[in-house]
Design a protein around this ligand. Structure first.
Ligand code: SF4
Length: 191
């Protein structure tokens, strides 16, 4: 069947354009029963953690036959005035944050001089972090500036908050850092 460009547009606008209009038999295709992967899934609202735009997400979860809750899909929330259902490529790959086979699930530590990373516990990682922050603070704390003014500041540590921080988390983080004398404070949402 020959269809001119004009006929093609006419068929499209009248809603009858389809494979049958073009001479194909649609009967076999109409017999195929399809169900959405997210059918019956629980929908949860979330926010993309990557940047300060704060696009809203919909996360679909469902209990598998083994009883485990599985994350099936993450997509933009069409009701959000921020992104109206859209996501950039980073946000669109947010599912990988949870289900990627390459996801690192525990802290890794490479000792000074070592070539290999080794798995460590969260307790080890947090202790190490605290020890290193204290050591840097002790080493770089400045009590007076060049003009003899008392400044009491730590110049050897910088802190950057994440865009997914809640107001309370941001407030708490700023308090802790200022308590340490840290003056280089930044927030991803401002970058
Ligand atoms: S989807 Fe993209 S633009 Fe939106 S918050 Fe995530 S990283 Fe930012």
């Amino acid at each position: 069947m020959e269809v001119t460009r004009r006929q093609f547009l006419q068929l499209s606008t009248t809603g009858v354009l389809g494979a049958s209009a073009l001479g194909f038999d649609l009967a076999p295709a109409s017999r195929i029963k399809m169900s959405l992967r997210i059918e019956g899934a629980t929908v949860s609202h979330s926010v993309c953690p990557y940047c300060a735009v704060g696009c809203a997400l919909l996360a679909y979860t469902k209990k598998s036959s083994s009883g485990k809750v599985e994350l099936l899909q993450i997509e933009g929330d069409p009701d959000s005035p921020v992104n109206e259902g859209r996501l950039c490529p980073k946000g669109a790959s947010a599912l990988q944050l949870a289900v990627s086979r390459r996801r690192v699930e525990s802290p890794l530590y490479r000792e000074p001089g070592a070539a290999e990373w080794k798995r460590v516990s969260w307790d080890f990682a947090l202790d190490k972090l605290a020890q290193n922050i204290k050591a840097s603070r002790d080493r770089t704390f400045v009590t007076t500036d060049a003009g003899g003014n008392v400044v009491n500041r730590c110049e050897g540590v910088a802190f950057a908050g994440g865009a997914a921080f809640s107001s309370e988390e941001g407030y708490f983080a700023a308090k802790v850092m200022r308590g340490l004398g840290v003056v280089h404070l930044e927030q991803q949402a401002r970058v």
